[in-house]
Design a protein around this ligand. Sequence first.
Ligand code: ZN
Length: 307
Amino acid sequence: MNRGRFAPSPTGELHAGSLVAAIASWLDAKATQGEWWVRIEDVDGPRCMDGAAASILQQLACCGLHSQGEVAYQSHRHLRYQEALDQLIAKDLVYPCACTRKEIEDQQAALGLSLARHQAAVYPGTCRHGLNGKDARAWRFNVAKFSALRGTAVVDWHDRRLGAQSQNVLEDVGDFVLKRADGLWAYQLAVVVDDAAQGITHVVRGEDLADNTARQYLLQEALGFEHPHYLHTHLVLGANGEKLSKQNGAKALDLSSPQAVRRALQSAASALGLSNFAAIADGSTSLEDTLTFWTQEWSKKYTPVSH
Ligand SMILES: [Zn+2]
């Protein structure tokens, strides 16, 4: 049984961009008669908005999308993440890091590492060999050590839309954080632990997250988990050409009437390159039949893969 998931962060209500990710993951699961689960990624508590998770579930229901498994909340799963970190500590694949952001920037500047836009410069591995008497702030995954064990820092993976992908995690990312200095779990660890715990076989999400996949591959290997299949969808761009997000002014979806729901679904489907299903616009086709129509289209576009 294939199992896909939609994993929104409850930083606000769904907008046009997040509906695309929801629909894509739903269609992909249904294309193989698989299950579709919802997971609320509220691991970064301070960024979450009260009531947003409930609103998101309500919005999904309006669009005919219902989680088949119990909705999971990352904020309830600290023990699972701690267990995973403990496993990695036992394998000596992680280390505590005492560096402040300022110290890391100074080290990077001294090494001539520059900071590309939207991209953090590589952590230079300062604490890999000890804290020099300083207090631990964060935990980092030892990419250097794990790469040596597996024979290479290069992760080759396949994306069902983008094709062959490759990243040298040591050179492009460096030893990445699993538990942050503020005590919060990093996205990479939480996602990998949850996908494995929930038996997720197919990950379908926005292209902005594709860059995380190589890191997640390494963590899956280090924790003895299987790799899910990956497909990263087109992004919906805002007026400024950047990914549509609440931060750049994306409005909550208007789902106030059956017509509004149909309009929202139409535009999500067209963002995914699915055909404009005329019958949905005039309301002569049910939501269910419309989703079935797009499921068939999805199967033609992206060959279903079984686990
Ligand atoms: Zn450090």
